[in-house]
Write a protein that binds this ligand. Structure first.
Ligand SMILES: *Cc1c(COP(=O)(O)O)cnc(C)c1O
Length: 463
């Protein structure tokens, strides 16, 4: 099987490093708090519940595979981020992680803003009542129609990603008789992944405008000249699933340096800086994410220090967590089908979903945990690979994990931390019907995105 290497490096290599997963967890029935959403517990009889409801009951009512989203946890995480950053900063939830009308409503209620990066996401946000001024519009190739719609709606900011876009947004805003608030997305020569960051000398990527070679300074020069634009700040987003704050440190320092250059050249202090998202979550027991208040403290200190030394007044900071808010709040529930022990290797456990509901394992060599949730078991651990039902040998959900050896067809297993980039990246491969998202809270479960039906599939296929 050939798959592209994960930028995070050898930790994700095909061959497990020495000592990795050689020992099964001491208690297969334990649900490690950091990888499961807040209200998930296993009761005395061994059944797992979320939001006070047994998962077996959820499976019966909503079927499998399905995503169950812990609404109380989602709201608590929104609150934690908002409180951590306080009134002098803005938290934008990155809608691409997972977006639905219910999510928009919760964000609105919890005082968060929202990042969108397509016409569809914008339509969802506006349609569900997010005030336009709380929406930021991203993307490296926004169409003129999308830009027009965003400007017309009055989005709070458009993040400009190229020289062409600077001219295009200015032109559209002017022709609509508006002045659009914008930020310029810069690439700072840093790429961060998981436990390390990589300094990149040149910027070989599609997003943003390079600080290097005076490109970003030139972008600012142009934006400041255009009547259709109100340049409010500089934006930088350095990677994903990041635990190490060093990348943010370098990024903030370089962005502040640009702000100082802008002040020196134009006599203007741009009032905002956006440090993007990318904060990591725990997919397995190996991951130790930071709490929002630690992240806020670290980022605020870096920006304050850099601004002081550049003689700038501190800009308003914004951050854009997607995964860190929604990722840990949901798990995917699957029913076990075929079980195939491969002597001397491992046991393949097939479930009723797969790469159509979670592409991250195939796409990024992502790691996940898994647990038997319909009952407890005191059987010995067996090394498993959880695979889907698609016609593709790379259709893996959990590459290496332990489940009890008495696992049987019909058992329910759950994969935690699938709230981000799973439903939002789901596909109809093999004409799979995309699973529903069910919000669970205080003993009540409610479908927020329904399961696709064969009728849905056929409706698009007009013959
Ligand atoms: C994807 C993205 C985010 C969110 O990233 P997470 O890893 O989900 O936190 C934030 N900002 C921008 C510009 C992005 O592209």
């Amino acid at each position: 099987m050939s798959r592209s290497a994960h930028p995070a490096g050898p930790r994700h290599a095909d061959v497990l490093p020495e000592g990795h997963y050689t020992a099964p967890p001491t208690d297969l029935n334990a649900l490690e708090a950091k990888v499961w959403s807040r209200t998930v517990t296993r009761d005395a009889e061994g059944a797992v519940t979320v939001g006070g409801i047994e998962v077996a009951r959820l499976a019966e009512e909503f079927g499998t595979p399905a995503y169950f989203l812990d609404e109380a946890d989602f709201r608590a995480r929104c609150q934690a981020w908002r409180e951590a950053f306080g009134a002098d900063a803005d938290v934008f939830y990155a809608g691409k992680a997972f977006l639905s009308r219910a999510i928009v409503k919760w964000l609105k209620e919890e005082g968060l803003n929202l990042d969108v990066c397509s016409g569809g996401e914008l339509a969802t946000a506006l349609g569900a009542g997010m005030p336009a001024e709380r929406i930021a519009y991203h993307g490296n190739n926004k169409s003129p129609e999308e830009i027009e719609r965003a400007v017309e709606a009055g989005v709070g900011r458009i993040v400009l990603d190229s020289f062409q876009e600077i001219a295009r947004v200015a032109h559209i805003a002017e022709s609509l008789g508006k002045r659009q608030r914008v930020q310029i997305r810069v690439t700072v020569g840093v790429e961060a992944h998981t436990h390390e960051f990589i300094a990149t000398a040149h910027e070989d990527q599609k997003f943003g405008i390079a600080l290097a070679g005076g490109q970003a300074a030139e972008a600012v020069r142009r934006a400041l000249k255009l009547d259709g634009l109100e340049l409010i700040g500089i934006h930088s987003h350095i990677g994903s699933q990041i635990f190490d704050m060093a990348g943010f440190e370098v990024s903030a320092r370089r962005v502040v340096q640009l702000l100082a250059e802008v002040r020196d050249e134009h006599g203007v202090e741009l009032p905002e800086i956006d440090l993007g998202g990318g904060l990591g979550i725990a997919y397995t027991s190996d991951d130790d994410p930071r709490e929002p208040h630690e992240i806020a403290k670290a980022l605020t200190e870096i920006v304050t220090r850099e601004c002081e030394s550049a003689g700038l007044s501190a800009p308003r900071i914004s951050v854009e967590p997607g995964r860190a808010i929604v990722g840990p709040t949901a798990f995917t529930l699957y029913r076990v089908g075929t079980i195939k022990p491969l002597e001397g290797l491992r046991t393949y456990v097939s479930v009723d979903g797969g790469m159509s509901d979670n592409i991250r394992t195939a796409l990024y060599d992502a790691e996940y945990s898994v647990a038997l949730v319909s009952r407890r078991s005191d059987a010995a651990p067996m090394l498993v690979r959880v695979v889907g039902k698609h016609c593709e040998s790379g259709d893996i959900v959990v590459k290496d994990a332990f489940l009890p050896a008495d696992l049987a067809p019909g058992d329910l297993i759950a994969v935690p931390a699938t709230g981000a980039y799973c439903r939002s990246m789901a596909s109809n491969y093999n004409h799979a019907l995309r699973p529903p998202v069910v919000a669970v809270k205080d003993g009540e479960a409610r479908v927020i995105v329904r399961r696709e039906t064969e009728e849905d599939l056929l409706r698009l296929d007009v013959g």
